[in-house]
Design a protein. Structure first.
Length: 396
């Protein structure tokens, strides 16, 4: 048995023995919808326990708080998904901030920030999008002006998930107007209890407030919090987006409900919901639609396996980059199928006593649009695949 096999067995055993008791309150569908302090405490405690057990930051160097292994994190994340344990709340820190700091940060930054990030002692958020710079990140206008050994930041970031709990933000700022791309600089910015920082919740159509807008008014940040060189913000941001879009493995963000379990729940729903006095599952059109979704889930699994075999990879970025599009749209289609199965009952929302599965499917469907927009909309992602992978002419 290889060390990877032994680690997989350890993960399975540990997760089986340490699964947390279900909370007395409702957890949202994903970490970016976490709203309340009791949700935060529950999920932070779980991430801390996973970190202490060696399931988070497995492949990061020991001197930065990691496990010092190679190839362990993917195993741990897979096993957390199979075990359907709660997700990691610090998803932005684990999936984006940690790998960015590891690749571009100073030695001081790596030693200061990575370990408390892995353990969820400090929550992170991402300051990329602005009211007039969403998918066009290079149009960011939040400014950073040099003042001796400090920088003074002014501006407005939006769609900032977890900012209401965050200690730190990874942030793209404009330090020069002379060049669209080379005029950007990347910073680590303190958020919690920082003078000049205002966090305002944004209420989604779901009624949830997991993301925010963040305003900066003369916020002073030391130059030691700058990541990489002045004017290299676009390059650093591309590293962040590489991980955000799933094209590389971060520090770990497993757990939650797998796509397999989603399809199983869909089948169970179809067997419980009635159509003309019979289970919806008796409708061959419903069965065909669910079967098609199950086939797509299996296809995703096989694509993931293929991506790990170099000889079967025609382009190193194609399969990873397409995953963001295919997974987000698959999640949306599963939720849409559930609404069709529920019929008129799909109009009943979370908390309604008559709602099937407590209204989770309408919630999932409404939330699914956020995933097709986040990390660059799926339209943007298709442009990236077309231009950078397939070599097609740049769209105008």
């Amino acid at each position: 048995m290889t060390e990877h096999d032994e680690f997989r067995e350890y993960c399975r055993r540990w997760l089986a023995e340490n699964r947390p008791a279900p909370p007395s309150f409702r957890l949202p569908l994903s970490p970016i919808e976490v709203m309340t302090e009791e949700q935060r405490r529950y999920l932070c405690a779980w991430e801390k326990k996973c970190y202490d057990a060696g399931l988070i930051g497995c492949d990061y160097p020991k001197e930065y708080g990691g496990g010092g292994h190679s190839g362990f994190q993917q195993i741990a994340s897979q096993e957390m998904g199979r075990a359907q344990v709660p997700y990691m709340i610090n998803v932005i820190g684990l999936s984006m901030a940690a790998p960015t700091i590891l690749n571009h940060g100073t030695e001081e930054q790596k030693r200061r920030f990575i370990a408390p990030l892995l353990s969820a002692d400090e929550i992170w958020c991402q300051g990329f999008s602005e009211p007039n710079a969403g998918s066009d990140l290079a149009n960011a206008q939040a400014s950073a002006v040099r003042d001796g050994d400090n920088w003074v930041i002014n501006g407005h970031k939006v769609w900032t998930s977890l900012a209401h709990f965050a200690s730190w933000m990874i942030m793209v700022t404009r330090t020069s107007n002379d060049h669209k791309y080379n005029g950007l600089t990347y910073f680590i910015v303190p958020i919690a209890n920082t003078k000049g920082v205002t966090v305002r919740p944004l209420i989604k159509i779901t009624g949830e407030t997991g993301f925010n807008e963040v305003l900066f008014e003369d916020v002073v940040v030391p130059d030691s919090y700058r990541v990489d060189d002045i004017g290299k913000g676009w390059t650093v941001a591309m590293t962040t987006l590489l991980y955000e879009r799933g094209a590389a493995e971060g520090a770990g963000s497993g757990g939650g409900i797998s796509l397999d379990e989603r399809v199983a729940q869909l089948i169970d729903l179809a067997k419980r919901c009635r159509r003309d006095g019979k289970p919806a599952w008796d409708d061959p059109i419903i069965r065909d639609r669910v079967a098609g979704l199950a086939i797509r889930v299996e296809g995703m699994r096989q694509v993931h396996r293929r991506s790990r075999v170099e000889a079967l990879t025609d382009h190193p970025m194609r399969l990873p980059l397409q995953a963001k599009v295919t997974v987000s749209e698959l999640m949306q289609d599963i939720a849409a199928a559930a609404l069709e199965i529920e019929g008129p009952a799909s109009s009943l929302y979370v908390g309604d006593p008559g709602a099937p599965d407590n209204g989770q499917w309408p919630l999932a469907y409404l939330n699914s649009y956020g995933f097709t927009i986040a990390a660059g909309s799926n339209e943007i992602q298709r442009n990236i695949l077309g231009e950078r992978v397939l070599g097609l002419a740049k769209s105008k």
